[in-house]
Design a binder for this molecule. Sequence first.
Ligand SMILES: [Zn+2]
Length: 390
Amino acid sequence: MKKQVTIFLFCDALGFEIVSKYHFMEKEFPFRYSVRTQLGYSSTAVPTILTGKPPTVHRHFSFFFRNPDGHSPFRFFNILKYFMHPGIIFNHHRVRHQLSKIIKWWYGFTGYFSLYQVPYDRLPFFDYCEKGDIFAAGGLKPVENLRDMLDKSGISFHISNWRNGDIENLQEAKKIIAGGKCDFLFIYTAGIDGMLHFNVMDPVKVEQELKKYASSVNELFDAGAAADCELRFFLISDHGMTPCNGSVDLKSIIESKPLRFGVDYIACYDSTMLRLYILKEGCRSELLNSFNGVPGHWLSAEEKKRFNVDFEGNLYGDEIFLLDPGIQLVPSDMSGKAIPGMHGYSPDDIDSNAAILSNVQPDFIPDEIAGFFTLMKHETERHSGKGSPK
Ligand SMILES: [Zn+2]
């Protein structure tokens, strides 16, 4: 019997609408399913895939959240802000990038870290959720992650380095598959996400880039065939990409009110949602009535529960205003301008759907992205002899 090798190829943002529209690798992957995404960004979707648990359990949602106890890793900006006048060189993206690197090194953060565009004087109000490497052993403790699960299983596995580019990760995986010794690979690629953010409305470019990606994926199939292995190949994504159809400046609306940031409220301006911490109860109705006529809505308690963001202690905001699909929050703490595509909308939005494509019938079909972990566990058990026979 041929050696079986399980491959999970993670392709950030390759949603079901895109794979269907472009007939992406239909011959190679005849089993194709739409999978409901998790509200939020990759910062919450990836930990959800790596643990099989909702954000309310692994506690990763958006990168920035309120630090109520004064121990913010950014507290030194309380002094630095006097030297870093906004609008001049200090806000240049290269300066912010270098500063992010210094902070990362200073604290020994091993996860993905960036200051993005959060104003320097507001940083001391915040903490950051991805300080550690979520792919490393114990990276999402106390919750078990993929690495912990694979370590325990005793099978031979490979998880690619998320810090590397797609070409490097795909080439490395190809060599490992060709070696014929590895049971399970999780290959991380994020290039399609970056491409779709800027080109989702340009079908010629998207088709061209998907063809390039497909040819790299085919090289993995070829490596498996050359090593005489039987590949169980699953291509998975975390969300889709929704074309831009407008933007709103929620920040100016809030800041036109006679309310003080840090005294009356704290706001996190994500790309598609505003998360609000209400510090003075008397300001609540003025804040909540700010957006009449804006295409979006405040999440109800029922929606927060259904979207798995009803965090204990309202960790990620007392109230969340979610924009309608396609509308971008500009400027946000992430970016100063609108871009052709974005994700982070309601999981009910069709363009937000994630996907699983495979060359074999999965023995478990996830209906939401947390279920990818269950499928990875089933596949691991297949190799460790605890699950379906080899
Ligand atoms: Zn993205």
